[in-house]
Design a protein around this ligand. Structure first.
Ligand code: ZN
Ligand code: ZN
Length: 365
């Protein structure tokens, strides 16, 4: 594993040199993990544009850091940011990049106050997030493992979904099943939205009991090795009415269209439109208000962002979701979501590979 992290640091160092920074102080804990392999609640990395990186963390993580990051110089210190800033200055780095989207104003004030004269802190933007948008094969394997567990857990709880069981009971059963199957944790709070609650995209599962005639939207995912899975299926309990069948078929068609639009080089906004246009043409424009998808990796929501008008293009080995929905106020809703990996050569002829593989046919329980 250290080799993979070294390759990521090398890619970042190259980009730092390109923006004229002598070094970067990485303080976003997800990015620290991405660059070093260390998962912790207190760590930072100093990465020179030209030279070896230094990892700082506190004594709680000393053993793990020494074991997992044996290729790095490790400094054990609670005040990780100031110790690394001093190191940067001592090493002659005077233009130091920092992560403005993560750094608080208070910490920035402290850093500036403690820094030597002549040190200038420059925001590096989303350089690391952009690197993370292209996965290596080890990352794709972890997302795939998380997706496999998600599908197995979903299948395992279908038996218990019947009139009288609460949304909360279903959500807890799925989360329990994911952990039993080897997930380190659920990737996010499981959504179970039954009946009218299905009209709320991020409904928090409560005490509502499932009734015959409900559609139930279940959005769940497992986390494995820090990597997330994201899958939504909508199932029916008892008889399916005409309006339920109609919006289900529409969403299923829109989901397939979004998946078919995935390709290396595809513009994010065009992928969104491929799916959204079908829903809008059927008169449900205002019933689908979120973006069609997002990247998935060390975070459940990350770059690339697939929403209306988004300009970025998809790259080889991007891992994204496609998740259109229709939400009818006071009636209910449908969402269907897969996590997929985009590969060179994908597109209409050879669609992106779904990592969540549970059937997208309407399951009537
Ligand atoms: Zn989801
Ligand atoms: Zn999602």
């Amino acid at each position: 594993m250290p080799k993979i992290h070294a390759a990521r640091r090398a890619a970042l160092a190259q980009r730092l040199a390109a923006i004229g920074a002598d070094a970067a102080l990485i303080t976003d804990l997800v990015n620290v993990r991405y660059l070093t392999g260390l998962a912790s609640s207190n760590a930072a990395v100093l990465l020179p544009a030209d030279g070896p990186a230094v990892l700082a963390t506190d004594s709680r993580y000393a053993g793990t850091a020494q074991r997992e990051c044996s290729d790095l110089e490790i400094v054990i210190e609670r005040a990780v940011e100031s110790v690394l800033t001093e190191r940067a200055v001592a090493a002659g780095a005077f233009t130091v990049g920092f992560e403005a989207q993560e750094m608080t104003v208070a910490r920035h004030v402290d850093l500036v106050a403690s820094a030597a004269d002549g040190l200038s802190l420059v925001p590096i933007g989303t350089i690391i997030e952009d690197l993370r948008a292209v996965k290596d094969e080890s990352e794709i394997e972890l997302v795939a493992a998380a997706c496999a567990i998600t599908g197995e857990a979903f299948t395992a709880v279908l038996d218990m979904i019947r009139p009288g069981v609460t949304e909360r009971q279903i959500a807890v059963a799925i989360e329990r099943a994911m952990v039993d199957l080897g997930a380190e944790a659920p990737a996010f709070d499981t959504i179970v939205a039954s009946g009218r609650n299905g009209a709320v995209p991020h409904h928090v599962p409560g005490q509502r009991e499932v009734r015959s005639g409900d559609l139930i939207t279940i959005d769940c995912g497992a986390r494995v090795g820090g990597y997330h899975a994201d899958m939504t299926r909508t199932v029916a309990v008892g008889p399916v009415s005409a309006w339920q069948r109609e919006i289900y078929d529409l969403v299923a068609g829109a989901q397939a269209a979004g998946v078919a639009a995935l390709a290396v080089g595809a513009v994010a906004g065009d992928v969104d439109a491929a799916s959204r246009d079908l829903i809008a043409d059927a008169g449900h424009d205002e019933h689908f208000e979120h973006g069609v998808g997002h990247g998935v990796g060390l975070q459940i929501h990350e770059a690339p962002w697939l929403g209306p008008g988004r300009a970025g293009t998809l790259q080889d080995r991007a891992v994204v979701t496609i998740e259109p929905g229709i939400y009818l106020p006071d009636m209910g809703g449908v969402r269907i979501e897969d996590t997929l990996v985009v590969r060179a050569g994908s597109g209409a002829a050879a669609p992106a590979e779904p990592l969540t593989t549970i059937s997208r046919e309407l399951l009537v329980l």
